[in-house]
Design a protein around this ligand. Structure first.
Ligand SMILES: [Zn+2]
Length: 598
């Protein structure tokens, strides 16, 4: 090797060395930069790749009727979306989606090409279809089949609230919105029990985003299913009540109407039906006015059905049932007020000498007014209160109304007389159902309830605390009043509720609708009602039918009593209660099924 060649090699080595030095410096610089300046950012990035947030889907608690039939359940469903920025071939994507989940590919194409960002392509569909979309599209490459993700298409699994009984007991149940938030009814009131919490975990994933089994996991939110709720509603009784209500609505086109069926022995609400109807499966498509639970939220003037309390007070205060309270000629001036009785055969010229029996049997206003005057306002108010009219029933519903009754010292003679026959006081149909349930239960009031207990997986585990029963009138007073209510059905204004072979107790009511703007009443606006119980000698159920502003008739006897009769007849069959041989309607010597309370 010559000296010249050696010189060249030396030079080249030097250059090479310099090159290496530069490269080394650049790499070190970069490393130093990463280590010193952007370490946090890169650490976060690495963490992000290694860890993924995984959601665990939980379910809102179900609602069941007293026989375990589901009234509200949450089912697994899914929605399909496109992230338009990631979709690669719009036509191909639309075609593949259509093949996997059905639907017109043209629609998908339009939605993807016209939308920006996240676009919903299908909502609340069968979750099995979602599983298919998630798995991807089957492709064959080199003789091997494998699934390939459809770029830009995602699946969101969630829950959907379903009400299997459709419109049945809709105002009782209420409903939830698309995000599972409760908006009305039991769903709203008992949300604390029903609400669920989807879980969230951080799990280690591989490069393809799959969870690494046995790797570390961190629980961010503990998943929790909602608890189930068991109502006192019996879906069969509910259907019976709603069918009768439908018939009333067809015949009399009222503005609203409701039926309450209670078990007087337990206070349990067996059915609660409201017209107008709506379907909680699509609640937002119905006007808000249909969501109202009139039976618990709307006040009305009870009219003649309230005479039962006036007479209960009279009997409990020791006034003899045969004591003559008034001589009714059909009209009478009390204070500044002209009282009238609604007169029918054979009393076209007044009810004559009126005792408590006649007040109930023929619905004599003048007799009830005189009984109220005899009792005095303090005493009468005491009974209205004892029967629970002036408080919320606390039955488990939201938006329960409190009965309205002015203070006793403001009634005056006219007010007292009016309240005696059910005017100047406002209550809800549930209040009135509870009054008759108390009479049916031998004078012991068991406040109404709608929820029986809580549980999980369709099984009741815990009973809700029951309200305390309270004696309102004596057993004897209740028995005497029951006999009068039987007479009302046997031969008085309640004849349309009569069922051959059974003792039915009940009372009609026809009250004018008070003008909300001030004093007085609206012309031709009435509430027709019938409330009663059966079998009267051992009551199993109390039924209240209240029809607001019916057309064609305004009499409780014509509008509401037939519906009561229909429901009562079907319930007697449903509970296998055999007809009884004629026994003259005497109940007070019989052993009653109610709890004995002094
Ligand atoms: Zn009269």
């Amino acid at each position: 090797m010559g000296s010249r060649t050696r010189e060249v090699v030396k030079k080249r080595s030097a250059w090479l060395m310099l090159g290496f030095l530069c490269l080394f410096a650049a790499i070190s610089g970069r490393l130093v930069f990463i280590q010193l300046c952007r370490a946090d950012e890169y650490a976060k990035w690495a963490e992000k790749i290694r860890w993924a947030k995984i959601r665990t889907l939980t379910a809102r608690g179900s609602i069941y009727d007293s026989n375990g039939h589901p009234l509200a359940v949450s089912i697994r469903t899914c929605s399909i979306f496109a992230n338009t920025r990631e979709v690669q071939n719009v036509s191909l994507t639309a075609h593949r989606l259509s093949a996997l989940i059905g639907g017109d590919p043209k629609n998908y194409r339009k939605k993807i090409s016209e939308g920006r960002g996240i676009v919903w392509l299908a909502k609340k569909i069968d979750p099995r279809l979602g599983d298919q979309v998630k798995r991807g599209w089957l492709v064959e490459k080199d003789g091997r089949k494998r699934y390939e993700r459809i770029p830009g298409i995602g699946v969101w699994f969630h829950r959907k609230r379903v009400y299997p009984a459709g419109p049945a007991a809709a105002q009782v149940l209420g409903f939830t919105n698309i995000n599972g938030r409760p908006l009305a009814g039991i769903e709203w009131k008992f949300n604390d029990i029903l609400a669920n919490q989807d879980g969230e975990i951080l799990a280690e994933v591989d490069a393809r985003g799959r969870i690494i089994p046995e790797a570390e996991r961190r629980v961010l939110i503990e998943p929790r299913d909602g608890k189930d709720l068991f109502l006192t509603i019996d879906l069969n009784v509910q259907h019976i009540a709603e069918r009768a209500l439908t018939r009333v609505v067809k015949k009399f086109q009222p503005e609203s109407a409701c039926v309450v069926v209670m078990d007087p022995r337990t206070g349990e609400i067996l059915a609660l039906a409201n017209f107008p109807f709506f379907d909680p499966n699509s609640a937002l498509k119905f006007p808000q006015s249909t969501w109202v639970n009139h039976a618990v939220a709307s006040l009305y003037e009870p009219g003649s059905t309230l005479k039962a309390i006036t007479v209960a007070a009279g009997l409990n205060e020791g006034i003899s049932p045969s004591s003559v309270l008034a001589r009714c000629t059909g009209r009478e001036k009390i204070g500044k007020n002209n009282l009238r009785c609604s007169l029918h055969q054979p009393f076209l010229h007044g009810h004559g000498s009126v005792d408590m029996q006649k007040i109930i049997k023929y619905s004599c206003n003048i007799g009830a007014a005189h009984l109220a005057l005899r009792l005095g306002s303090e005493k009468l108010r005491h009974y209205e209160e004892a029967f629970g009219l002036l408080e919320k029933p606390k039955s488990g519903f939201s938006l329960e109304a409190v009965g309205y009754l002015p203070k006793a010292d403001r009634w005056g003679t006219v007010g007292l007389a009016n309240i005696g026959f059910g005017q100047g006081i406002a209550v809800t149909p549930l209040h009135m159902a509870s009054v008759y349930a108390t009479i049916a239960n031998g004078g012991v009031r068991v406040p109404p309830t709608i929820v029986r207990g809580t549980g999980s997986h369709g099984k009741m585990m815990a009973r809700l605390k029951k309200p305390k029963p309270q004696r309102v009138i004596s057993r004897l007073a209740a028995a005497k009043l029951t006999e009068m209510l039987i007479q009302c059905v046997e031969g008085g204004t309640g004849k349309n509720a009569k069922i051959e072979g059974y003792l039915i107790a009940g009372k009609t009511g026809s009250a004018q609708v008070a003008d909300s703007g001030g004093r007085g009443y609206l012309p031709n606006a009435f509430v027709a009602s019938f409330i009663g119980f059966a079998p009267a000698d051992n009551p199993r159920f109390t039924i209240a039918v209240v029809v607001n502003r019916p057309h064609g008739s305004h009499f409780g006897a014509t509008v509401a009593a037939p519906a009561f009769r229909e429901i009562a007849q079907k319930l007697l069959w449903y509970y296998h209660i055999p007809p009884q041989p004629s026994n003259g309607g005497s109940v007070h010597e019989k052993k009653r099924g109610s709890k004995s309370l002094a």
